[in-house]
Write a protein that binds this ligand. Structure first.
Ligand code: FAD
Length: 600
């Protein structure tokens, strides 16, 4: 099949993905004189996880001295001591300015009757404050700003691979651009850039949740293929509890918790304090989802969220910042002042509170010329934390920093670095391969197979070495047996075929990292290591591709606690979280037992 020649765009700074982080990076680089191009797979402010966000971490003043330390401590403890405290300090100091800039741009944050910004608390914070704002409205303001400043914006183009100056993957040299495709016409794009900033968001399977069906990990996977380091991949577990009344999903979980909602089981017991004695109903998404699943498994389900005691004023703020929740309540005839809402959890391989491209304090990835911001990074301010709302502000701060450094690189380079035309050809041919195959295997078949392998409770909730290895092997089998047969009769399916390939690659990497961490921490619960080990495991697992084949290398980075202001609590901390009896035994025996229970 003859492939069309790509449209070529030369730019100083290429930003891939127009979430909050990408737009902030673009605006800052442009402000410093760089020629900037933002390429977005969908349409900015009409798609993507940021349109779903309802609250943004926002210090109510410039933090200093003891107060700064107190806020840091809240993050460090919430992050199970895995946060990079140097990044955290930068984040907490700069967040105030970055949010105030958004205020001046016109982001409609919630205000009180006197017109003052209304700061409030959300899940994971007892001191750290947030501001409520509809994420879609936030992105509309930022999009207007891009247009006003005439930043080049190319929408509906999916970027799938990075270019390297030596034409190799993994590279021994630097990143010099990217290739992408129009998601409607299939027209290829070649971007030549002095610096590339990835902001492709989280990686998720397609489960029609949280406006992220099209965020399948291209940023993660393209960085990995090019040889960049990833970190926190063992925590790539996303859990949520907001499948309401078995009828609808909506955003707003942190905010619902923030206004004081309570979780109760079928016996009317408030169960969260049992699972999380410190945070109780304010606990992290993962803890709440796992608690509900455990209540259900042990016969005390179904579970509910109770907002009947919440004030009208709090509910009004909730509706203002999460308008879809109010719409859903109306559509399904729910009155939260009278009705309990049934909640059902789900857990899958995908971005939780970390897992992505490893970045330094300037959002630089480990390859020259490459940056990453937002949820496609390993979120060094948390790694395994429970802080609600801090992620968008990490995009805000990290994006600004990336834009600043990328503009500096562009200024210092007289010419664009060279690229390899053969690499461009091969990458385009690889992307288009499903178009020329015959057969009936479609991307949705692969998603189905992945779902079956990863959703099983023994893997999703209570892992052990054998169960993780089995899941990894099954994912590998899907990649070897099914993926090469995927066909795409049109561009729509072609996009999906590449999305599922990227996700699958990252899901396997996640399993490798899960196997390597021999303890339980944050989103990773290992039934064979039922404790958090603060003697041996205050370290990050760094994953890199090794050679041109499938190999990967794992290494460790010990957190430099000798430099950090907040010391860790050393020792082994047993899991306070109960592991149901059936998941304490070998997987084979467990599955036989559950078959018996179901009467099979
Ligand atoms: C259920 C849920 C609730 C959340 N609630 C909150 C909250 O209340 N507060 C908060 O601070 N954070 C919240 N988050 C996190 C939030 O999504 C991020 O903080 C926020 O979206 C900013 O992320 P980002 O800058 O990485 O960009 P994103 O918003 O993730 O945007 C990434 C962009 O990249 C584009 N893209 C993806 N792939 C490609 C590609 N291949 N080529 C080109 N473009 C591509 C996407 O279309 C998207 O526009 C929540 C996340 C989830 C999943």
């Amino acid at each position: 099949m003859k492939l069309p020649d790509p449209t070529v765009i030369r730019t100083d700074v290429l930003v891939v993905g127009g979430g909050l982080g990408g737009v902030r990076a673009a605006l800052r680089a442009q402000e410093l004189g760089a020629d900037v191009t933002v390429v977005e797979k969908a349409v900015i402010s009409r798609a993507g996880p940021m349109t779903y966000v309802h609250s943004q971490f926002a210090p109510y003043k410039l933090l200093e001295g003891d107060e700064l330390r107190q806020w840091m401590e809240e993050f460090v403890v919430g992050a199970n001591y895995l946060a990079d405290q140097e990044w955290l300090e930068v984040y907490l100091r700069e967040a105030y300015f970055r949010v105030q800039e958004l205020v001046h741009m016109g982001v409609p944050y919630v205000r009180d009757e006197q017109g003052r910004l209304k700061y409030s608390l959300v899940r994971g914070h007892k001191v750290g404050t947030t501001l409520g704002a509809d994420g879609r409205a936030t992105m509309e303001v930022l999009r207007r700003e891009l247009t006003r400043r005439r930043v080049r914006l190319i929408e509906k183009v999916m970027v799938n691979d990075l270019l390297t100056t030596d034409g190799r993957h993994p590279t021994r040299d630097r990143i010099c651009g990217a290739v992408g495709f129009h998601v409607r016409t299939g027209e290829p794009y070649l971007f030549l850039a002095k610096a590339v900033i990835l902001n492709t968001g989280p990686f998720y399977p397609k489960i029609h949740y949280a406006y992220v069906d099209h965020c399948t990990g291209e940023g993660h996977a393209m960085a990995f293929r090019a040889g960049a380091e990833l970190a926190g991949m063992e925590f790539a577990q996303y859990a949520a509890w907001s499948y309401f009344n078995r009828q609808f999903f909506t955003p707003g979980q942190a905010k619902i918790q923030g206004i004081g909602a309570r979780f109760v089981n079928a016996l009317g017991e408030e169960f969260m304090p049992r699972y999380d004695p410190i945070w109780g109903n304010f606990s992290g998404l993962f803890q709440v989802a796992r608690a509900i699943a455990t209540e259900n498994l042990e016969g005390r389900g179904p579970c509910f969220v109770d907002m009947r005691h919440c004030s009208d004023e709090d509910l009004a703020v909730l509706y203002k910042v999460v308008p879809t929740l109010e719409r859903a309540f109306k559509e399904f005839d729910i009155d939260p002042k009278k009705d309990l809402l049934r909640v059902d959890p789900f857990i899958l391989i995908g971005t939780g509170s970390s897992s992505g491209v490893r970045v330094d304090l300037w959002s630089r990835a480990s390859l020259p010329g490459l940056f990453a911001v937002g949820t496609c990074t390993h979120l060094p301010i948390m790694m395994t934390g429970i802080s609600g709302s801090s992620l968008s502000t990490f995009s805000n701060v990290g994006g600004y920093r990336a834009g600043e450094k990328a503009a500096e690189i562009a200024r210092q380079m007289a010419h664009h670095p060279p690229h390899d035309p053969q690499q461009v050809k091969e990458l385009i041919a690889g992307f288009c391969a499903p178009l020329s195959r015959r057969g009936q295997t479609r991307p949705c078949d692969i998603w189905m197979a992945i779902g079956e392998v990863t959703a099983e409770a023994g893997f999703a909730l209570f892992k052990n070495e054998a169960r993780i290895a089995r899941t990894r092997d099954r994912l590998r089998e899907i990649r070897h047996m099914l993926l090469p047969r995927v066909t795409a009769p049109d561009v729509h399916e072609l996009v999906k075929a590449n999305e599922v390939a990227n996700y699958l690659q990252m899901a396997e990497v996640a399993c490798e990292a899960m196997l390597a961490r021999k303890e339980s921490r944050g989103e990773l619960i290992r039934a064979d290591y039922p404790y958090q080990d603060n003697d041996d495991w205050l370290r990050w697992i760094i994953v890199r591709r090794q050679g041109e084949g499938e190999g990967l290398s794992l290494s460790f980075w010990d957190l430099p606690y000798d430099r950090y202001p907040i010391p860790p609590k050393r020792g082994k901390v047993p899991l306070t979280f109960p592991i149901p009896e059936e998941y304490r035994v070998a997987p084979e025996a467990a599955s036989e037992r559950s078959m018996e229970r179901r009467g099979a």
